[in-house]
Design a protein around this ligand. Structure first.
Ligand code: MF3
Ligand code: CO
Length: 260
């Protein structure tokens, strides 16, 4: 069941997404060699709570962190841990914030210091594919249009799309209908309507698309242990236009010249 939102509800979504974006900006300040992923998790948790929000991942289906942290071959749902970031790593920070009953969801994959050119190119293409997906999200179109835009963009450049994990509707719940896959055919899937709020989140691998879920039941990694990149925005369709409710502006401020 797809819950279409009123303009008033989308205004609340916007506020939740703003706090989500600011949280990611705070986390970005800690992305450097020697910092544990647990530290980044506590920075996020404190910032969210101080600003009247709730870290929605914490306790979700038993998830142990305030946020998901995805180092190198981790695709999604990594646990914050005692692992210290190393020069050359990449790290995806995926954060969901609930504020006044609505959720914002976003992810950014960061380089830690100097990163291999090939991996940087994967990150850049993955981020670009997110914007291709957003462009293809048009009132009157279909979810498959988004899926196809992402898939075409990344596969043409030799990368592969994770199939088992998808974007999703979002609102009062972090995960609502519809599913928003990153592969598929144009003109298929649910109709995109005014009031629809979705999280678009390409998860793209340098090597093969195959994944493995670790024995903790959560951590999703590439089977070949090659790196994976992940970027995500929450968007709303309102008045025939697609509005991106989350922003990377705060991340950009922190990264300065290294923002790609
Ligand atoms: N933000 C992620 C998602 O896309 C992960 C949430 S899973 C959780 O949809 F359990 F950690 F909350
Ligand atoms: Co999501």
């Amino acid at each position: 069941m797809i819950y279409l939102k009123t303009p008033e509800e989308i205004e609340l979504m916007r506020k939740a997404c703003d706090l989500t974006s600011r949280t990611l900006g705070e986390m970005a300040k800690w992305v450097k060699p020697g910092v544990t992923t647990h530290k980044i998790d506590s920075v996020a948790k404190e910032f969210i709570l101080d600003n009247g929000g709730r870290p929605a991942c914490l306790g979700y289906g038993g998830f142990p962190g305030a946020v998901c942290i995805e180092v190198n071959e981790t695709v999604v749902h990594g646990f914050p841990s005692t692992y210290s970031l190393r020069e050359g790593d990449i790290v995806g920070l995926d954060v969901v914030v609930e504020l006044d009953g609505f959720n914002g969801d976003m992810c950014y994959t960061f380089p830690v210091g100097q990163v291999d050119e090939k991996v940087l190119a994967l990150m850049k293409t993955t981020k670009e594919s997110l914007y291709k997906g957003i462009e293809a999200c048009r009132e009157g179109g279909r979810i498959g249009d988004i899926a196809n835009a992402v898939q075409t963009y990344v596969e043409r450049r030799g990368y592969s799309v994770v199939r088992e994990m998808c974007g999703h509707g979002i609102g009062r719940k972090m995960h609502e209908d519809p599913e928003v896959p990153n592969y598929g055919r144009r003109g298929t899937g649910p109709l995109i309507k005014n009031g629809m709020c979705i999280a678009i989140e390409p998860m793209i691998n340098l090597g093969s698309r195959n994944i493995v879920i670790e024995s903790d039941g959560w951590t999703c990694r590439t089977r070949d242990r090659k790196p994976s990149a992940h970027y995500e925005h929450t968007v709303a369709v309102l008045g025939g236009e697609t509005h991106v409710l989350t922003t990377f502006d705060y991340v950009k401020e922190v990264l300065g010249e290294s923002y790609i």
